[in-house]
Every structure is written in structure tokens, then in C-alpha cells.
Design a protein around this ligand. Sequence first.
Ligand SMILES: Nc1ncnc2c1ncn2[C@@H]1O[C@H](COP(=O)(O)OP(=O)(O)OP(=O)(O)O)[C@@H](O)[C@H]1O
Ligand SMILES: [Mg+2]
Length: 294
Amino acid sequence: MATEPDSVLSGDGFAAVGSGSSSPAVAAQAAPIVATGRESAPDGGVAIKAVGLTLSFGSRPILTDINTEIRRGSVTALIGPTGSGKTTLLRTFNRMNDKVSTYRHAGDVLLDERSIWHPGVDLISLRRRVGMLFQRPNPFPMSIMDNVVAGTRAHKMVGRAGLRQVAEEHLTAVGLWHAVKDRLKDSPFRLSGGQQQLLCLARALAIKPEILLLDEPTSALDPNATESIEGLVRRLVPDITVIIVTHNMQQAARVSDRTMFLNQGRLVEHGETRQVFENPHSEETARYVQGRFG
Ligand SMILES: Nc1ncnc2c1ncn2[C@@H]1O[C@H](COP(=O)(O)OP(=O)(O)OP(=O)(O)O)[C@@H](O)[C@H]1O
Ligand SMILES: [Mg+2]
């Protein structure tokens, strides 16, 4: 079936837009949170940066004066209560909000020091560089195999003969190969929700993004699949810069080098994960990471 190129590349045409799909907020954690990320976050320079980013839908402000730099080659967790603007911020980084008619922004987002809204920026190229996995799996209405290689094919990254290998490589990376290798021609909609999410992750990885935006990627996964995705995320860095939204404080502590805490559209704190969890600068952050609100 013909699919608009930027739908194939971004998944936007099939995405669960907006935030109605909130996950259960984190309740008080049973065990103290211990950040197990690397001792200190790598400093590979800035991958993407928000400068005075203020954003609204209609007259409603959603993000207020966000200034932040995402370190290249690291995993950054984006945490905050439901409705705080995490998905909106993530979607801004690859211009997914552009199609929302009521959306307005001030300030800027810079990728390689250049505005992502610069007239010379090609949206398809931007979304190849900045890939995204949505909270709800959104396979395309095509076979499992075609899903994985949709972006690779659209960007003409490999010839026809190489497509099966691309599919195998990325399905293996996400731990789905054995479950689907005999049904590559089947519809993805017969897969379980968790398997569909892994498929979408394989599709996102196959275009070899520089930055991968993950919006609660494991909320539909069982503990085994969650663990393997967390392991995969750790292996993606430093080649790929990852920003992961999660409501699971333990996951943020396990998987990330740096953590950003967003509350009511404000960036309250951004620092090394260990510092944010163990020695937060702000009382607001302390209350959230200790499960006292949210
Ligand atoms: N397309 C839209 N039009 C109008 N309002 C929107 C739109 N998308 C999001 N919002 C509003 O922006 C605010 C922030 O939503 P967002 O989805 O970014 O929150 P979130 O932090 O990701 O929440 P959750 O943890 O529940 O996923 C919410 O009040 C939401 O209703
Ligand atoms: Mg969200």
C-alpha cells in the first residue's frame, strides 16, 4: 500500500497523537532508588538543544522557557508527572507537533547549532536523524518484514537484496527474530502488543538515527522484554543518543546517564542521574523521585 513518505519515516500517520494515554504514575517505591548508570555521564558534546522553548496548544501554555542541552552519546531520562509535557517536548525534537493546528512555539531547538525549523531543513532528513518510538505501538499496515525495512527502503539505504538482512539484524537486536522469523510475511497486527512495540523499535533502529526518542517504550512490555530493551538501550550508546520518557523511577535510574525532571511544563532539574536521584537540587525533584507526588 502507498504510504506518505513522511508517515513511513515518522510513523506520524499512525501515531497515537497527544497524551490521553497516561500511564499509572509511579507510586512510592518500595526500595531506595540506586542509580546504576555509568559513574559519570559521557561528555560527547551537545546532540540537541532547546533554547528558551515555550510552546502552547491554543491559548494553553504547555512548555515554558525550556533551556537544555542533551549530551551526545548518552541516555537521558525524561521524567515528570502525567501531563507535565514530556511527550510534547519529545515530539518537538523531531517536529511532530507541526501538524497540530493550534500549536505555537517561541524559542528554538538546535540540532548541530542549526534551528530544526530553519527553511533549509528537510523534514524527512530531520526525522531520519531524530527517530521516535511512540508510547503505543503503531505498526504500518504491511507485513512484519516490510515494517522493519520501511524507512530503510524509503531512504534507499540498501538495495532490495539487502533488505532481509536488515530485517534479521534489527529484529534480532530487539529480541524478536525467533518469534517472527517464520512469519515475516504476516500482518504485524497478529503480534502481541509488546511484540508490536519491539517491531516498531526495530523499524526505528533500522534507519540508524543519530538521536532516538523513546516515549515510555516499555509500558506495554513484560519484565523480560523490558529488561532486554533496557539492555539494548545501554548498547545503543554512545553511537546513538537516546532520550527515554519513563514513569518508572527505577528504570530511569537503571538506564540513564542523565535525567531531566519536567513539572507543569517547566524543566525543574537536569543533571547526572545519580545526582538527580540521590542529591536533587530542588525540593520539587526530591518529592517526585521519592514518590511523594505524581
Ligand atoms: N495535540 C494537542 N492539543 C492540545 N493539547 C495537547 C495536545 N497534545 C498534548 N496536549 C496537552 O499538553 C499537556 C502535556 O501533554 P503531554 O502528552 O506532553 O504530557 P506527558 O507528560 O507526556 O503526560 P503522560 O505522562 O500522561 O504521557 C497535556 O495537558 C495535554 O492535554
Ligand atoms: Mg506522554
